[in-house]
Design a protein around this ligand. Structure first.
Ligand SMILES: [Mg+2]
Length: 124
């Protein structure tokens, strides 16, 4: 069982995903997570790729897991094409670019997130 699915199983979400007949998707933040970030230089500027994260995304894709770029940039529709071009430059397929979380989201990788133990409010 893939590690991401084990985690979902532990959280009690596996049955939900099966019920939905969905494998779910993994959200990956852009600035500071998938791309180097040292400040805002406008929508056209996206930093150099963070290779370890790019490789991780490629691994998930090779397992058939959907990956979405989860970024505040998507809150401005005109900014999305810059992200799509950047993904293409990195040799990644056209991933969905969104700022919307839904019930199929498995995990979120983000440099600003604080992960908490389920039902406790305690940071991990
Ligand atoms: Mg970030």
């Amino acid at each position: 069982m893939a590690s991401w699915r084990k985690k979902i199983f532990k959280m009690g979400g596996d049955a939900f995903l099966n019920q939905q007949n969905s494998k779910g998707w993994i959200g990956v933040d852009l600035d500071g997570t998938l791309a180097h970030y040292d400040g805002w230089y406008g929508p056209a500027h996206i930093g150099e790729p963070i290779e370890s994260m790019i490789k991780r995304v490629e691994g998930w894709l090779s397992e058939g897991i959907e990956v979405r770029v989860f970024t505040a940039r998507a809150s401005v529709p005109e900014y999305i094409p810059f992200v799509e071009s950047w993904l293409k430059e990195q040799g990644l397929p056209p991933l969905k670019v969104t700022n919307v979380k839904d019930f199929q989201m498995i995990t979120l990788w983000d440099d600003r997130c604080v992960s908490v133990e389920t039902n406790t409010g305690v940071p991990k």
